[in-house]
Every structure is written in C-alpha cells, then in structure tokens.
Design a binder for this molecule. Structure first.
Ligand code: ATP
Ligand code: MG
Length: 349
C-alpha cells in the first residue's frame, strides 16, 4: 500500500512539474512573440521613415505593412493559445487514461491476491478436516455412533469442496461457451423446494416465501436458476448476524417474472454495490474478514441472469440489510432466437 502511495506521489509530482514547465514555456513563447513583433515593427518604421515613405509614427500605423505585421502577430498569439489548450486537454486526457489503467491494474492485482488467499484457504480447510476425520477413524477404536458423526462432518466438508469446484468450473464455462438449457418449469415450485432444502441446512434461519400466485411457469435454465437463488439466499444468511430472517418474493408480470431476496444483515455500502458482481470480489480484506467464500457467487448469479436476458440490481433494505432484485423474461427464447450461435456463446460477455 505504501509503495502504491509513493508511486502516486511520484507520478503526481511529475505531472505537476510538467504542467508548471509547460505554463512557463507558454508564457515565454508569448513574450518572445511580442518582442519579435515589436522589433520588426520598429525596424520597418525606421526603414520606411528613412526611405521617406512615411513621416511620422501616426502615418506608419496607417500603412499596409504595419497592418499585415499586426495581423500576423495576433494570429500567432491565437495559435500559441490554441496549441496550449490542445496540449493541456491532450495531457489531461492522457493522464486520466493512464490513471484509469493504473487503478484497474491495482484493483486487479488486489482481487487476484484476495482470490489466491481465499481459494487457498477454501480448498485447504475442507481437505484438512477430511484428512483429520480419516486419520481419527484409522487410529482410534471408535464406536459406530462416533464414526457416523465423523463421517457426516467429512461429507459436509466434501460437499463444500464440491461446491467450490463447481463454482470455479461454472464461472470458467460462463466466460467461454455457456449455452442455456431452456425448459419450461414452475419457478414457484422450484423456489419452494430450494427454500425447504435450505431450511434443513440452516435451522436457525427464518425463511419466508411470498409468491404472487400458485403456478409461475417460465422457460429457463433450471439448474442455472437454482444456482442463482441458492447463491442469493446463502449470501443473505452468511452476511447476517445471529438468527437471520430472509424473505423471498416472487411476482409474475405480463411477460416478465420478478423475484427479490430481502435480508436484514450487514448491508452493502453504495460504493461496494457497484463492484460486488465482479469476479472474485469480496468486501473487506482477507485478514479481517470472518466469512468464508471466494467472491464467485454474485459473479455467477449476474452472468446467469444476463444469459437469460434479465437484469439484477442491489439496493438497501429498510431499516437495514440488502435486497437483490431480479427481473427475467418469462421466455428468454423469444429474445435469444434472433441471435447467432456466436452471440449465444458471448451472451455472458
Ligand atoms: P462465494 O463465492 O462463496 O459466494 P462470497 O459470498 O464472498 O463467496 P459473492 O457471493 O460473490 O462472494 O459476494 C461478494 C461479496 O458481496 C461478499 O464477499 C460480501 O462481502 C458481499 N455480499 C454479498 N451478498 C451480500 C448480502 N446479502 N449482504 C451483505 N453483503 C453481501
Ligand atoms: Mg456468496
């Protein structure tokens, strides 16, 4: 961080020096131009007086030579001014572009570091737990109940590992050749099943589901949309304090379906709202963060929603927490049909 600040200070100093030097050269150019004009004017005047063409200064100021000279001088002054403005604008644009690229590079490096730290941790911790369980079963003489308990915990860790590998694979696929597998199904029913699963996984969480009607048939990629909802609901649980309350609303419009996940958790600041969908982005840093994760979840969610030609937005819940709002077409097929196969694979770009 210190290195970054020092580099910034150095580049701002160089820019400030360039600006000052440029201002100085511009002023110098103006002065030299004026001096040259006055010297030429005096020379012409003396010459014309010596030749007897004019008899006084007032007469000289009426001559064509003087008028042409002054016109040239004024034009040169405007030229210097115009070029100075163009130079300053180009410099400012150049600095802005370099600064933007630099910030992007710094952010990418930070995200990469965060990702490497979190992925290493996320991969290592279930492997270590499973290893411990297996070693305990091997070394100790355990009762059937004890072995069963250990097996259950090892299976949970395996499930975590599997989820992580699936997320990594899915995000890689979403960037290259992801094709939606559209099929008609009841979204309300799918959501109810997901909620039931999560209720048994998180017994302390109070999930509430509010569908606007009984059957909401859509044409969508069932497993991708399952992933969307699980990611959003698990985030709502993960980023809430004890005994979280999570609401899910589902509403059918004319040709769209709307669903929103409400939590009363820690919330997301306005600045972070703009970046939480970035790949590997996690709020805070690896040293202070308490929750586990890789920052892939919302990236996957956003890509899947985009692939369905839908939209996602994140807003504050009232009085606290976060709301993720999603809008999907009831039949993305109609919108997708007009696209070429190349566009299909690039949908997620
Ligand atoms: P995983 O890949 O395991 O889902 P993750 O939960 O950290 O990891 P995302 O789901 O992409 O990654 O979320 C990105 C970040 O956005 C999270 O690290 C968290 O800081 C913030 N975030 C996401 N959902 C919420 C929420 N409901 N409330 C508060 N913060 C949230
Ligand atoms: Mg998540």
């Amino acid at each position: 961080m210190k290195k970054v600040i020092n580099l910034r200070l150095l580049s701002y100093s160089v820019i400030a020096y360039m600006m000052l030097a440029f201002a100085w050269w511009s002023v110098l150019l103006f002065v030299k131009n004026r001096d040259a004009y006055m010297a030429k004017r005096d020379k012409d005047r003396i010459l014309l007086v010596a030749q007897g063409v004019v008899t006084s200064d007032a007469e000289y100021f009426q001559t064509e030579e003087y008028k042409r000279l002054t016109k040239d001088y004024k034009r040169q002054e405007w030229m210097i001014l115009g070029e100075s403005i163009v130079f300053v604008i180009s410099l400012v644009i150049g600095i802005w572009l370099i600064n933007r690229g630099y910030n992007k590079a710094v952010n990418a490096a930070r995200q990469q570091r965060n990702f490497l730290l979190s992925i290493t941790h996320e991969l290592k911790s279930p492997i270590a737990s499973i290893r411990l369980v297996l070693e305990t079963i091997l070394k100790r003489d355990l009762t059937k109940a004890q072995t069963e308990k250990l097996n259950i915990s090892a299976l949970k860790e395996l499930e975590r590992l599997n989820g992580l590998v699936n997320d990594l694979l899915l995000s890689a696929k979403l960037e290259t050749a992801y094709q939606l597998h559209l099929e008609p199904f009841d979204l309300g029913l799918l959501f109810r099943e997901i909620i039931e699963k999560l209720e048994s996984k998180y017994p302390k969480v109070k999930f509430s589901f509010f569908p606007s009607e009984q059957n909401i048939e859509i044409n969508g990629d069932k497993s991708a949309l399952t992933s969307v909802l699980i990611n959003l609901l698990e985030n709502a649980v993960k980023y809430s304090d004890d005994d979280p309350e999570v609401d899910l609303k589902l509403e059918k419009g004319v040709d769209k379906v709307y669903f929103s996940v409400y939590d009363k958790g820690i919330g997301i600041s306005d600045k972070e709202k703009k970046v939480v969908f970035n790949k590997f982005y996690r709020v805070g840093n690896e040293d202070t963060r308490k929750t586990k994760g890789t920052g892939l979840g919302l990236y996957i969610v956003n890509q899947i929603v985009k692939a369905h030609k839908g939209t996602i937005e994140v807003v504050d819940n009232n009085p606290k927490g976060t709301v993720f709002k999603i809008k999907l077409p009831l039949n993305p097929d109609e919108e997708l049909n007009g696209l070429s196969s190349k566009q299909m694979t690039n949908l997620t770009a």
